[in-house]
Design a protein around this ligand. Structure first.
Ligand code: ADP
Length: 765
């Protein structure tokens, strides 16, 4: 207050001046006022500046020196060189007041030690009526503290500024509007902008044109919202290169807590940004590669297997959409519970050992349906920079089709193997060099040896010794010429019996026509062979049988002719016509029977044997037939027992033929017995049974069935003993079968035979 207005002081002193004549008491009074005034006050008089008045404060300033009545120069010698005396001189001369502000003054204290103070002071001339200077009023306020603290502040601010300017990053400040009010020198160093250019929004001129608008808006917005910000943009450096920087701004507040603009830093992060860019580009590239890959790929993070990423191929495998990303595998694919995958993943996560799944079966719900698939896949642990496992990379390839094709193939292989094993043919598969690759089960069934054994030992052991040489020759030739192989040969069966086989082999070639392997079949043709043999024998027999009666007939006729042509009358008269013609007739009968049997045979073979059905008396037929036989065969005695009399509806001629066959056989095969019995009996189910019994050579049990076969003849050592063609019983059996009857045999070797046939009874007699 004291220093605020010189005017008022002036007035007070005028008053003081006006009343000074009124006596000491006023002075005393004023003295007391001055004593209590908070300022240092004194009055000096005359050109020598003699202290007239000084208050307590002033005295304190001068170290309580005894100043009153003494010259300034004398009592305060130390101020003489500090300019104060000159100022006082000047005021004295000019009669104009002097205002000093924060003027330093060094005064000795009570101990005589110089002490620096700062003073705001006024030297106010006191004028008398005639405008002569009477005294100088000194009013001073000690502002030492204020000055010193400001000086300190200035000093520290200076230091701070120095520090700020040496910080190797750009520092800036703005006002509340966002206008830049300060940049440290690094901004200038960095951009080459002058400080003037940079202030307000001038710094935007150094920002990359593409980033300018955005950053300016951002700064303005941050000042509006008073929120901190952090952004990256490009700034042109002194060399004209654009560098990436991070600009961070923080609101600053006044002592009153009001928003006072912002303070912030700009840091060059160009290299890092480029690296980051590269890394993110790389990651992006890898990601997009993975995303587009046809290999189903997913990344799981953490032990809980959170799906970090799954490409479309993987989503397709799962039958799920993109919403599973971010969820755990358990949440996304609950159907995997109970399947081994969670366990496997956990193990990979724990052990760090990669898992390779090969054609593993996976059951998943796809489109709401449980679907089984087969996959080749990997669970690969993912490690961070410290080598710690943080996740698992799962890559999978769907091989369901391959597996199912192979399964189908396996199935069909099993199927064909089964078929092949069930085939009666012996199938063999050998490689191009003849090494056995496969034998079907038939080999084992036939030979009694295990297939593996045969594979090891080969099958030549079963071949009939008589065929080995020829076989080897032919087979080697086929191997050499690559031609189809075919040969009839005999294999020994498990009972040691040789059976005829038709052996065939054909080469299987690859795409280039090279022989891959051979497939061979060995078909048993024993029966065909036997039949062939029988046919051969039959033909031999037929020619023999035909030849015998024809030769015999020819002989009789030649005999008769020669006798007739004879000139010898006595011979002519004794030509044995009757017996010769009887013999001839007999032989013709044999021929006729032979021919008709052969005709029947061909008819049966062509299925053209037709029956002439009529009802007749069976007992009569038997009697007539036996009589006929008796007529030509006088040696044997044929007894007929009619235990049952009936009519039958049948082909009379053919039933007669059956009877003839059975009775003539009975005669033929009982050379040492003359008895044959024919019995007619009632049989079950309205049938009649006719039995022809002899007491001849009989038939062994094993041949019972065979005798009804075509051309079958029981081979005897002396083949010629019993003439025949082996078709009689075959025909008889066929005829009886056509009549819905049966023909059975009851015989033992050497004990005679019994042949019985049955027919349906038409009516009993
Ligand atoms: P074959 O013309 O040879 O007699 P069959 O068909 O009549 O032809 O008879 C077949 C075979 O059955 C004969 O070769 C014979 O070995 C045997 N056989 C037929 N009947 C008798 C029988 N009564 N006693 C013994 N063997 C018989």
């Amino acid at each position: 207050m004291e220093s605020s207005s010189g005017e008022r002081k002036d007035t007070q002193l005028q008053n003081f001046d006006a009343d000074h004549s009124s006596g000491f008491s006023f002075k005393q009074n004023i003295q007391s006022i001055l004593e209590h005034a908070p300022a240092m006050i004194c009055i000096v008089k005359g050109p020598e500046f003699i202290f007239d008045v000084a208050n307590e404060k002033y005295l304190q300033l001068v170290g309580y020196r005894d100043v009153i009545g003494k010259k300034v120069k004398e009592v305060l010698p130390e101020v003489e060189n500090q300019g104060f005396i000159q100022i006082l001189d000047n005021v004295y001369k000019t009669k104009k007041p002097y205002f000093g502000e924060e003027v330093p003054i060094k005064l000795n204290n009570a101990e005589g030690i110089p002490h620096l103070s700062y003073l705001d002071f006024v030297y106010q001339p006191i004028l008398d009526d005639s405008h002569n200077i009477e005294a100088i009023f000194v009013h001073a306020v000690d502002v030492t503290e204020k000055v010193q603290s400001r000086k300190k502040l200035e000093e520290s601010e200076g230091k701070l500024r120095e520090v700020i300017d040496t910080v190797p990053s750009i520092i800036w400040m703005t006002n509340t509007q966002g206008n830049s009010i300060y940049f440290n020198k690094y901004w200038t160093d960095f951009t080459g902008q002058s400080m003037e250019d940079a202030l307000l929004f001038g710094w935007v001129g150094a920002v990359h044109p593409e980033d300018r608008q955005e950053i300016e808006e951002l700064v303005k917005e941050a000042h509006k919202t008073q929120e901190p910000y952090n952004t990256t943009f490009r700034v042109r450096n002194r060399k004209g290169e654009y560098r990436w920087v991070i600009d961070k701004g923080m609101p600053k507040y006044s002592c009153q807590g009001e928003f006072d603009g912002m303070i912030g830093t700009v840091v060059d992060v160009h290299e890092e940004k480029l690296k980051e860019h590269l890394v993110s580009e790389k990651e992006h590239r890898i990601r997009s590669m993975v995303e587009d890959a046809t290999v189903a790929t997913a990344v799981y993070i953490g032990r809980e297997m959170r799906i970090e990423m799954a490409n479309d191929a993987m989503l397709q495998v799962w039958g799920k959409d993109r919403s599973v990303v971010g969820k755990t595998l358990r949440q996304s694919l609950p159907e995997l519970e109970g399947q081994p995958f969670h366990g496997l993943l956990d193990k990979v996560y724990t052990t760090g050992v990669i898992y390779w799944g090969k054609e593993d079966r996976v059951d998943m719900i796809v489109d709401g349906k449980m679907k089984t698939g087969y996959y080749n896949f990997t669970y690969k642990p993912l490690r961070d920079n410290n080598g710690e496992i943080y996740g698992i990379l799962n890559m999978a390839v769907d091989v369901s089709e391959m597996v199912s094709t192979r399964n189908q193939l396996k199935e069909s292989e099993v199927h064909f193997r089964q078929m092949s094993d069930l085939m009666p043919d012996k199938i063999i598969n050998v490689d191009a060099k003849g090494k056995i690759l496969y034998l079907n089960q038939s080999w084992s069934t036939f030979t009694g040896k295990r297939v593996e054994e045969i594979k090891d030992e080969g099958w030549l052991q079963f071949l009939h010794p008589e065929e080995v040489e020829q076989y080897l020759e032919k087979w080697n030739q086929s191997l050499f010429t690559e031609d189809y192989f075919e040969m009839e040969l005999r294999f020994r069966d498990k009972f040691g019996k040789y059976k005829w086989h038709l052996s065939r082999a054909e080469a299987v070639r690859d795409d280039s026509g090279k022989i891959k392997m051979w497939i061979g079949t060995n078909t048993e043709i024993q029966k065909i062979k036997e039949e062939e043999k029988r046919k051969e024998d039959f033909l031999k027999m037929v020619s023999h049988e035909l030849k015998t009666p024809v030769t015999s007939i020819k002989g009789y006729i030649q005999l008769l002719l020669s006798l007739i042509k004879s000139k010898d009358k006595s011979k002519i008269n004794h030509i044995p016509f009757e017996p010769s013609l009887e013999r001839i007739d007999h032989q013709i009968g044999r021929l006729t029977r032979l021919i008709s049997e052969m005709l029947d045979l061909t008819r049966i073979e062509d299925n053209q044997l037709e029956l002439q059905w009529k009802t007749f008396n069976l007992n009569d037929l038997i009697d007539e037939t036996v009589q006929d036989i008796n007529y030509t065969n006088t040696q044997h005695k044929i007894k007929v027992f009619h235990e049952y009399m009936c009519n039958v509806h049948a082909d009379k001629d053919r039933i007669g033929q059956v009877l003839i066959n059975l009775v003539t056989n009975a005669i033929k095969y009982s050379p040492d017995s003359q008895e044959v019995e024919v019995t007619v009996r009632k049989a079950e189910n309205a049938k009649v049974a006719v039995t022809v019994k002899d007491f001849g050579i009989g038939i062994a049990e094993k041949d019972h069935k065979n005798v009804f076969k075509r051309f079958y003849r029981i081979s005897k050592k002396d083949d010629e003993t019993y003439a025949g063609f082996g078709i009689g019983l075959f025909l008889a059996n066929d005829v009886i079968n056509r009549h819905n009857g049966t023909i059975t045999i009851n015989s033992k070797e050497g004990k005679g035979s019994e042949f019985t046939f049955t027919l349906s009874v038409e009516s009993e007699n």
